[in-house]
Design a binder for this molecule. Structure first.
Ligand code: UDX
Ligand code: ADP
Length: 463
């Protein structure tokens, strides 16, 4: 079959995979190829068990794979054939050198740019899909323009707003699609080509065009605002624990103000995920780069509040369990950074486990999807204290003989557990720390547990 357009995506990760699957689904006349340097990842995309757990994605991949969606490691060939190239490689926070811990590590991006100039033999539209610091497009263009001058590259920014766990829904029904381009004739023409792809399923009024820098910065700002809401409500949860106020009542009352809105006001052990911390630190780094220290400090506080919330959670466990957890078994329910994903990047569970191990507790980790990632995240901790950590897919077994359960991820199945059975199998007094406020606290108390939610009244059987 002759396809109308060839789309290539470099990077078959959490963003590239689902995004391309949905484009392939909605644009059957386009050929979509996803390439990666990681052969194992590509093999998994081509297998029955795709490498990421994302509700609904399996079905779409099965429907489109081999029809107009292809996964391979043939990067050069893909670049040659493509009209539009999405770049969706990882851009983690730099761990070394200038800007370590703050700036984005753009080495994968730069390698990709070089690969494009090496391989391309016709004009290309390059679409930034990874989250990148403002003005990356400019850097990309400099690299591209240093190549063959007969080939024209137009760089667009098309930031991804999908959230993990709801990626398919977010892609199928996005609040908006944002496309940034140079405001030149060629820039606008390239943006129109990208608009055309999304217009297959997204209403035109939800496709926003902007200048390149606004689009890049919007992504950082959107994530900073979302994270700020969580840090704000988490800050209030600490105050609630000292007073008679209930954070759920506050979220409800405050969220009913239509100017504020009800979403992202759920208190937690702290936000995780690959984007929030990274993007805010990026924003902070950029602001400092312009000597805007107050701006930088303002946003940095959102991250600091998140660190505080994680520490507070562990300190509370230790304090309430009579100031020591040494030699006690603690079952962690959930390791993913949120429900409906196996992703554990920046998951607060990593910090919680490491701190509990430092306190010499025996930690048993359970999670329906994230145990493989948890094992990798805890590799160095396990080397230091191999006897203190174990992994158990069955939550009932994880809780057997435990002194405490700490719920870290809001998996729906944890709501449905038989907590009477769990209580009976645990050591007494039995403690439960609900880091997501999803359980029925009064009922747990009546079962016999000492119950510690976030920012709400605790229920204990102690005087
Ligand atoms: C986020 C943005 O939502 C998305 O638009 C962007 O493209 C990538 O970053 P993601 O990290 O996948 O998506 O998940 P999100 O649902 O935003 O949750 C992030 C973290 O905040 C999770 O750890 C979640 O548990 C936590 N959270 C979220 C809360 O603690 N409370 C809330 O009310 C909402
Ligand atoms: P994200 O959450 O941004 O999608 P991931 O880490 O899930 O990030 O995915 C990024 C993917 O990009 C990984 O599968 C990685 O192997 C791939 N990648 C990194 N560098 C390159 C490169 N130079 N060429 C092709 N793929 C790359």
């Amino acid at each position: 079959m002759k396809f109308e357009k060839n789309i290539l995506c470099i990077g078959a990760g959490y963003v590239g995979g689902p995004t391309m699957a949905v484009i392939a689904l909605k644009c059957p006349t386009y050929r979509v190829e996803v390439v990666d340097i990681d052969q194992d990842r590509i093999d998994r995309w081509n297998s029955d068990k795709i490498p990421i757990f994302e509700p609904g994605l399996d079905k779409i991949v099965k429907e489109t794979r081999g029809r107009n969606l292809f996964f391979s490691t043939r990067i050069e060939k893909g670049i040659k054939a493509a009209d539009i190239i999405f770049v969706s490689v990882n851009t983690p926070t730099k761990t070394f050198g200038e800007g370590a811990g703050m700036a984005s590590d753009l080495q994968h991006w730069e390698k990709t740019a070089h690969k494009i100039i090496e391989s391309a033999d016709s004009d290309k539209i390059i679409v930034e899909k990874s989250t990148l610091p403002v003005r990356t497009a400019e850097a990309m263009e400099r690299i591209l323009k240093a190549g063959n001058r007969d080939i024209k590259y137009e760089v667009l920014s098309n930031p991804e707003f999908l959230a993990e766990g709801t990626a398919v829904k977010d892609l199928l029904e996005p609040d908006r699609v944002l496309i940034g381009s140079h405001q030149t004739e060629e820039g606008k023409k390239a943006a129109a080509a990208l608009v055309k792809i999304y217009a297959h399923w997204v209403p035109k009024e939800n496709i926003i065009t902007a200048n390149l820098w606004s689009a890049e910065l919007s992504k950082l700002v959107a994530n900073a605002f979302l994270a700020q809401r969580i840090s704000s409500i988490n800050a209030i949860s600490a105050l609630c624990e000292k007073t008679d106020a209930d954070v759920a009542e506050i979220s409800f009352a405050v969220g009913r103000d239509s100017r504020i809105g009800e979403k992202f006001l759920r208190p937690s052990i702290g936000f995780g995920g690959s984007c929030f911390k990274k993007d805010i630190l990026n924003l902070v780094y950029i602001a400092r780069g312009y000597s805007l220290n107050e701006v930088a400090d303002y946003w940095e506080m959102v991250v600091k509040m998140n660190e505080y919330q994680k520490s507070r959670f562990v300190q509370r466990i230790v304090r309430e369990m009579f100031n020591t957890v040494a030699g006690k078994k603690i079952a962690l329910f959930g390791f993913a950074f949120k429900a409906n994903t196996g992703d554990t990047r920046e998951s607060p569970a990593i910090f919680v486990t490491q701190k509990l191990v430092e306190e010499r507790a025996f930690v048993t980790v359970t999670d329906p999807e994230a145990l493989d990632n948890a094992r990798k995240d805890l590799e160095s901790t396990m080397q230091m204290a191999p006897d203190l950590i174990c992994f158990e897919p069955d939550p009932y077994k994880a809780a057997e003989d435990a002194h405490a359960v700490a719920l870290l991820t809001e998996w729906e199945e944890y709501r449905q557990l038989d907590f009477e059975k769990i209580y009976k199998s645990m050591k007494k007094p039995a403690f439960i720390f609900d880091g997501r406020n999803i359980l029925d606290h009064k009922k747990l108390y009546e079962t016999g547990f000492n119950v510690y939610p976030i920012g709400k009244m605790q229920y204990t059987h102690f005087d």
